[in-house]
Design a protein around this ligand. Structure first.
Ligand SMILES: CC(C)=CCC/C(C)=C/CC/C(C)=C/CC/C(C)=C/CC/C(C)=C/CC/C(C)=C/CC/C(C)=C/COP(=O)(O)OP(=O)(O)O
Ligand SMILES: O=P(O)(O)OC[C@@H](O)CO
Ligand SMILES: [Mg+2]
Length: 227
C-alpha cells in the first residue's frame, strides 16, 4: 500500500545501526504500514543498499528518507525528501535540494517522491544540531509552520520531529486542528503502546524509530494502534 494517506504507523530503521535478521523479520511482518530507511548521520550508500535488500525480502512498503545525496539509490517504493522548515540555514530548506535537482531532476520520477515539511522540536537531537534548527518554539510558532506547509507550499506531509524525546500531545493536537489536507507525521520517543495511542489520537501517522533498537518487544506492540 503506497498511499501514505492511508497509513497510521511506520517503523524507521537507521542504516547506521545493526539489526539481526530475526528482529528485521519481526518488524517487516508486524503489520506496520511501511518501513522507512533513514537517519541523520553515518548513512552511506553501502548501508542503505544492504538494509534495502534485507527489507525487500518482505512485502512491506519500503521508503528511503533521503538525508544525503550520495546514499540515494533506485529500488524503493517511495522517496521522502525532508525540508527543515525551522532550520536557520537555507542549505537544509532548499539548498541541497537545489543541487540535487540540478543534477538528477531530469531523471527523477516525481510520482514516487514526497516532500516532508519537518519541524524539529528537540533541540538536543542530531537532526536539530545538524540543520541549525530553532527547536525552542511556542505552540503558535509550530502551528504557523504547519499552516505554511499546507496552505503556502501544499506539502503532502508535515513532520513533527522530536527524535529521541517524547513530545507534547497538546502541540500535536493543535497542529492536527490546523491541517486539512497535509498528512501529519509524529515521531519521537514512542516506546509504549500507551504513548503510541496518545500520539495516534492526533497524528495521522506515528513513526517509531529508536525503540526498535532499545526494546523490540515494546516497539512491536505499538503497531496495535492500527486495530
Ligand atoms: C537515482 C534515483 C532513483 C534517484 C531518485 C531521485 C531522488 C529521490 C533524488 C533526491 C532528490 C533530492 C531533492 C534530494 C535532497 C537531498 C538532501 C540531502 C536533502 C536534505 C535532507 C535533510 C534536510 C536532512 C537533514 C536531517 C534530517 C531531517 C534527517 C531526517 C531523518 C531523521 C531526523 C532521523 C532521526 O535521526 P537519527 O539518525 O535516528 O538520530 P538518533 O541516532 O539520535 O536516533
Ligand atoms: O527514534 P524516535 O525517537 O522513535 O523518533 C522517530 C523518528 O521521528 C526519528 O526520525
Ligand atoms: Mg534514531
Amino acid at each position: 500500500m503506497y498511499d501514505v494517506r492511508e497509513w497510521r504507523h511506520v517503523f524507521k530503521l537507521d542504516p547506521s545501526k545493526p539489526i539481526s535478521d530475526e528482529d528485521l523479520e519481526r518488524i517487516c511482518e508486524s503489520g506496520t504500514d511501511a518501513v522507512i530507511i533513514g537517519g541523520t548521520d553515518g548513512v552511506t550508500l553501502e548501508k542503505v543498499l544492504d538494509l534495502m535488500a534485507r527489507v525487500r525480502r518482505y512485502t512491506v512498503p519500503c521508503v528511503l528518507e533521503v538525508s544525503n545525496i550520495d546514499s540515494v539509490t533506485p529500488g524503493f517504493d517511495l522517496f521522502f525528501i525532508p525540508t527543515v522548515l525551522n532550520s536557520t540555514s537555507t542549505k537544509w530548506i532548499t539548498g541541497l535540494h537545489h543541487e540535487a535537482i540540478k543534477e538528477y531532476g531530469a531523471i527523477m520520477n516525481w510520482d514516487e517522491i514526497l516532500v516532508q515539511g519537518y519541524c524539529i522540536l528537540n533541540d538536543e537531537c542530531k537532526a536539530a544540531k545538524q540543520t541549525d534548527a530553532i527547536a525552542n518554539l511556542t505552540e503558535d510558532d509550530i502551528v504557523a509552520y504547519a499552516m505554511m506547509a499546507e496552505k503556502m507550499f501544499h506539502l503532502p506531509i508535515f513532520y513533527l520531529e522530536y527524535s529521541g524525546r517524547y513530545g507534547d500531545p497538546q502541540v500535536v493536537a493543535s497542529v492536527k486542528d490546523a491541517l486539512q489536507h497535509t498528512k501529519l507525521f509524529y515521531g519521537g520517543g514512542i516506546q509504549t503502546i500507551e504513548q503510541a495511542k496518545e500520539m495516534a489520537a492526533f497524528a495521522d501517522v506515528i513513526v517509531v524509530g529508536n525503540s526498535i533498537y532499545d526494546d523490540i518487544d515494546k516497539a512491536l506492540k505499538t503497531v496495535e494502534i492500527k486495530q
